[in-house]
Design a protein around this ligand. Structure first.
Ligand code: G1P
Ligand code: ZN
Length: 542
């Protein structure tokens, strides 16, 4: 066996606002491209003597990429690589495996909820020993290395097939193939009242879990159908497919509309849920009831103590800034701390590591806790099941109770996709420039009380992150947030987040888009979305 040093030209390693690299498969599979980025990781972060975890969501290019990563890891001196069988690991399961095996980190091959296949997206990210995404100092160093390196190291032997459990050598490195599901399923069994959930299913409770042809299929079948006794067929689209069967594995009312329509129809089961490409996002539905991710976070915080893993109470809660204030209201009632962080899971890491928060979430359908350092789709689904089992109420009844106690934050996100980048950037820059003069003015009948560009001061390490999104606050309690997506691979996406609070005594049964229409009009007047982009309606409303 031989280590080859192959000369290569630097790539644009995508300065990561998100951790890692996400690009079209066509770009990722150009000779030397993946190799360059992997070598940049090993050069900047180290490889020698490390134990790493490797897995992905099973999308197109996963297997070929994994073989390359294995040969390069061996050539760079990695000691042990713990790999999910068939190359599969959901993102939360990878995070758990890094922690439970006390590995130095892991490489996760996924583009999350983005479409897959030869024309779809691929991604690779580094997680560190905490189980969470690499911190910015590390990703900055990797970015710098990706634009500077001139060679990569690779073993000339082939990597073994990834279908047999147990150990196999590759050069001086040991590859340890593990069952991707069992450790994660065991963790869930510790956190939740499986007896209560089993009894719920035994009493005829029905559920549909849409795995969206992505990685959570095997996890959901093992946990829901095998360990919890849900009827066979509870999990649909449960076999991971390389292109997600042509779908867009993002669990929201638009991309998971088949499940959504089922839950709104006369044949609806008691409970519906879905997860995304790599298993970290979730969607929660009851019969005739859609729970927004912001509300879901609030309900989970309010009821977490019903689960054994959280019976001692929770220390605090954090939400990303564009997420509605619903969780803050619960935190106030519980007398626990509530934090508002910039968009992106990495901002929760410090708070979780230091015990300041137990549960956190984002409006983009990510919820999780200190059990791992990633958001966790099935975790949220199981906590909901635990709550449903212990409260003996339907999803709709739980929401009605919740709003009667805390009030309701009507909430919606409007996305304008594939805008020309310069146009979108100019829109935000111009809006930013007008912020100082907005307070006190009225737009579409709504008075602006405050306008600011969100800056975050990390309470643990004192670091600051500026320009994290524009917040418009109105005198009648509405709030709007505008920011550009950092994860798209085509043009720019403008996200407009709208919310309006209706107190405990208010009307909680109104149509969300109708409630938010005046606010949407005011935002359009302020930012000039329609006139500047020519778009009269958003592409996606979640
Ligand atoms: C989106 C979500 C954000 C999430 C990220 C990664 O980022 O909005 O909450 O953390 O994906 O899953 P965005 O495209 O808005 O930058
Ligand atoms: Zn994801």
């Amino acid at each position: 066996m031989q280590v080859q040093a192959v000369s290569t030209t630097p790539i644009d390693g995508q300065k990561p606002g998100t951790s890692g690299l996400r690009k079209k498969v066509t770009e990722f599979s150009t000779p030397g491209y993946l190799e360059n980025y992997v070598q940049a990781i090993f050069d900047a972060w180290g490889a020698e003597g490390k134990t790493l975890v490797l897995g992905g969501d099973g999308r197109f290019f996963n297997k070929a990429a994994m073989a390359t990563v294995l040969r390069m890891a061996a050539a760079n001196g990695v000691t042990r690589m713990i790999v999910g069988r068939d190359g599969l690991l959901s993102t939360p399961a990878a995070s758990h495996l890094i922690r439970t095996r006390q590995a130095d980190g892991g490489l996760i091959l996924s583009a999350s909820h983005n479409p897959g296949g030869p024309d779809g997206d691929f991604g690779l990210k580094l997680n560190v020993a905490s189980g969470g995404p690499a911190p910015e100092a590390v990703t900055d160093a990797i970015f710098a290395a990706s634009g500077a390196i001139s060679r990569y190291l690779i073993l000339d032997n082939d990597a073994p097939a990834l279908d047999t459990l147990g150990e196999a050598p590759l050069g001086d490195m040991i590859i340890e193939m593990v069952d991707p599901v069992s450790d994660y399923a065991d963790l869930m069994e510790q956190l939740f009242d499986f007896d209560a959930i089993r009894a719920l299913f035994a009493n005829g409770f029905t559920m549909c879990f849409d795995a969206m042809h992505a990685v959570t299929g095997p996890y959901a079948i093992e946990i829901l159908e095998r360990r919890l006794g849900a009827a066979r067929g509870t999990v649909v689209n449960g076999v991971p497919s390389e292109d997600f069967n042509g779908g867009h594995p993002d669990p929201n009312p638009v991309w998971a509309h088949v499940l959504f329509d089922l839950m709104m129809g006369s044949e609806a089961p008691d409970f519906g849920a879905a997860s995304d490409g790599d298993g970290d996002r979730n969607m929660i539905l009851g019969r005739g009831a859609y729970v927004t991710p912001s509300d879901s976070l609030a309900v989970l915080v309010a009821n977490a103590q019903l689960a054994p893993g959280y019976a001692g109470g929770i220390s605090g809660v954090a939400r990303s800034m564009p997420t509605s204030a619903a969780a803050d209201r619960v935190a106030r009632a519980l007398g626990i701390e509530a934090f508002q962080t910039p968009t992106g899971w990495k901002f929760f890491g410090n708070l979780l590591d230091h015990g300041r928060i137990t549960i956190c979430g984002e409006e983009s359908a990510g919820t999780g806790s200190d059990h791992v350092r990633e958001k966790d789709g099935l975790w949220a689904v199981l906590l909901w099941l635990n709550i449903l089992a212990r409260r003996g109420q339907s999803v709709a009844e739980i929401m009605v109770d919740h709003w009667a106690r805390f009030g309701r934050d009507y909430y919606s996100r409007h996305d304008y996709e594939a805008l020309p980048k310069p146009e979108a950037e100019a829109l935000v820059a111009d809006l930013r420039a007008t912020l100082p003069g907005l307070s006190g003015r009225t737009f579409a009948g709504l008075g602006v009380s405050n306008a600011e560009d969100f800056a975050y001061l990390d309470p643990i390490d004192g670091s600051t992150s500026a320009r994290q999104g524009i917040i418009l606050q109105f005198t009648t309690g509405e709030r709007a947030v505008l920011r550009l997506s950092g994860t798209g691979t085509e043009g720019a996406t403008l996200r407009v987040y709208l919310e309006r609070f209706e107190g405990p005594e208010g009307n909680h049964g109104l149509d969300t888009q109708e409630v938010l229409a005046p606010l949407a009009r005011a935002v359009d007047q302020i930012a000039g979305i329609a006139t500047r982009t020519g778009r009269t309606a958003p592409d996606v409303m979640t």
